[in-house]
Design a protein around this ligand. Structure first.
Ligand code: NI
Length: 133
């Protein structure tokens, strides 16, 4: 079976600076700058509290990959990211077990260029798979 570690919970937010302030009131600290991912047209910032890491994601403009999701779900958590040292094997294994890739493995600028891929499962929604550096 797989050896995933949970890397972060992805959180859709309309305004990333306002969201950071609100999370700071709850005791979260920013652990990255706000980084712009030009491929996905999203602003991203990582924050942590009590060993939990969240990824704030806000759209750069209306053509962003998350604009539609934000309209539908508002400000809310929307994926859990799993990290694996065996990216190719786990990607193939998940694909064979009902997780359907909704994009192709792509380097993530906000994660040092490590590859990520998003997959959908009909019973638990969206996950992200991230390769260990
Ligand atoms: Ni993520």
């Amino acid at each position: 079976m797989t050896h995933f570690n949970i890397h972060h919970i992805g959180y859709l937010v309309k305004k990333i600076d306002k969201a950071m302030e609100a999370f700071q009131h709850l005791g979260y600290s920013a652990v990255s700058d706000i980084i712009y991912d030009g491929g996905r047209k999203v602003h991203i910032c990582f924050m942590e509290k009590d060993g939990y890491r969240i990824e704030l994601v806000s759209p750069g403009d209306s053509s962003s990959v998350v604009s539609g999701l934000l309209k539908k779900y508002k400000n809310s958590p929307y994926h859990i990211c799993y990290e694996t040292a065996d990216f190719e094997t786990d990607f193939a294994s998940l694909s064979a077990e009902g997780f359907t890739a909704i994009d192709t493995p792509t380097p993530a600028p906000a994660l040092g260029g490590r590859r990520v891929v998003f997959l959908m499962n009909p019973f638990l929604g969206m996950i992200e798979l991230l390769e260990t550096p």
